[in-house]
Design a protein around this ligand. Structure first.
Ligand SMILES: Cc1cc2nc3c(=O)[nH]c(=O)nc-3n(C[C@H](O)[C@H](O)[C@H](O)COP(=O)(O)OP(=O)(O)OC[C@H]3O[C@@H](n4cnc5c(N)ncnc54)[C@H](O)[C@@H]3O)c2cc1C
Length: 386
């Protein structure tokens, strides 16, 4: 067991860190203030710098590196903000990975290289008004009619909704009940019969557009099927990787907050001395550091142990759940240590707290993760309906 990064991994992380800190701080502020995602030009720039599709095989336009490398870069971008890191998240651990693994060769070649070039962004559309944690209650239907697949239904909370160019839409593709009837279809934004609700205003995640999606006889070619009915297990396997990405985004809020606050408490003086000289502050800092380190180790364990490229449900859920919880705690402590400045929108701290909260709902609420963890521990799935 080796807890050191290789020279190449350290170099990649440091390059991402330098780029993110020098190029993205102002962009993050703009995304937050305007509630808009990074520009297409900037996403192209990410691609030209080699920050998209880091762990995607070279034959599909990626760098062909490992999951750990992708997560190292993602953390550096996420420390600046969720919005600027989102294109990296989508290209490395997002639904495009389900396309790369399970879709037809023609769909893979149509979508994955374009994402790696920064020319296409792909979002995932799973949740529905009546199907959140109980995802397998989803009712959006996809029916085969001749050489087309026709979708009808309503989706909710899609990150990237209205902005992304393509959507991996989970839908009911056979009469089989529950998970057995679920598959996924790739739908491009310009598909007739597909429309978007008004942009959601969330507590955080500004600069990551979110909206409902409506399908009214929206038709796509049959080769846009990512997985047919019965493929839900495969989708969830690919989601184990997304979970590590979610965990890394949460971690990044915490590690970014910790970095900033360590500087702040050494500069800010009260009672005639720097805040860091007070023992209560020292203890708070130490507890924050312990949590950040532990979260990072759990995420890296899941990434490094990933057999055939996808992490296990147990390790990815433990990493996500822990990172989601400590991110809320660490960011809350950082806001506290910065006093009025922590609570001010002039500084990124309160934004990190708001975003950290969201990562613990997105991709499965923490309580659901805990149910998954217990299930994996005893080798069964706990049926929530009985
Ligand atoms: C910032 C953000 C981004 C998102 N991005 C996307 C996206 O890109 N695509 C997408 O499809 N969806 C997305 N979502 C939706 C997300 O996946 C759902 O919000 C999440 O799965 C929870 O579903 P729900 O909101 O319907 O809550 P519900 O399912 O109603 O659950 C509410 C709460 O009840 C509790 N609960 C529910 N069931 C159980 C149970 N069995 N055991 C214990 N406790 C339980 C949990 O505490 C849970 O948080 C996003 C959400 C957020 C907040």
């Amino acid at each position: 067991m080796d807890f050191q990064l290789t020279d190449e991994q350290r170099e990649l992380r440091d390059t991402a860190r330098r780029y993110a800190r020098s190029r993205l701080l102002d962009v993050a502020k703009e995304c937050e203030e305007r509630g808009e995602p990074p520009s297409h030009d900037l996403v192209h720039e990410f691609a030209s710098m080699g920050f998209l599709g880091i762990n995607v095989p070279e034959k599909y336009g990626g760098l062909g590196l490992g999951n750990l490398e992708a997560l190292l870069v993602l953390e550096e971008f996420g420390r600046i903000s969720s919005a600027v890191a989102f294109p990296v998240f989508e290209s490395c651990v997002g639904p495009v990975r389900a396309i790369e693994r399970f879709a037809s060769e023609s769909l893979r070649h149509k979508v994955v290289p374009a994402v790696c070039r920064g020319e296409m962004q792909v979002a995932v559309s799973m949740s529905e008004p009546q199907a959140g944690s109980a995802l397998t209650d989803l009712t959006t239907r996809a029916e085969r009619r001749g050489e087309q697949i026709v979708l009808n239904g309503t989706k909710r909370w899609c990150s990237g909704g209205g902005h992304a160019d393509g959507y991996v839409v989970y839908c009911r593709m056979s009469e089989a009940e529950g998970a057995r009837g679920i598959g996924a279809v790739f739908v491009t934004k310009d598909t007739p019969g597909m429309s978007f609700g008004r942009p959601e205003t969330l507590m955080g995640f500004r600069g990551v557009p979110s909206s409902d999606i409506y399908f009214d006889n929206a038709a796509v070619p049959v080769d846009h099927v990512v997985v047919p009915a019965g493929g839900f297990k495969k989708l969830m396997e690919a989601f184990d990787l997304e979970r590590c990405g979610n965990a890394t985004m949460a971690l990044a809020q915490a590690s970014g907050a910790l970095d900033d606050v360590v500087g702040y408490v050494q500069e800010r003086e009260q009672f005639g001395k720097p805040l860091v000289e007070f023992q209560a502050v020292q203890i708070r800092l130490a507890e924050m550091q312990m949590r950040v380190d532990a979260a990072r180790l759990l995420i890296h364990r899941a990434a490094c142990n990933a057999q055939d490229g996808l992490p296990s449900i147990l390790e990815s859920s433990v990493a996500k759940c822990f990172a989601n919880e400590i991110a809320r705690e660490v960011c809350g402590n950082a806001v506290q240590l910065m006093g009025g400045y922590g609570y001010s929108r002039e500084y990124p701290m309160e934004r990190r707290l708001r975003d950290a909260w969201g990562w613990g709902i997105a991709g499965g609420a923490v309580d659901i993760q805990k149910v998954n963890i217990a299930g994996a521990m005893v080798g069964k799935r706990f049926d929530q309906r009985r």
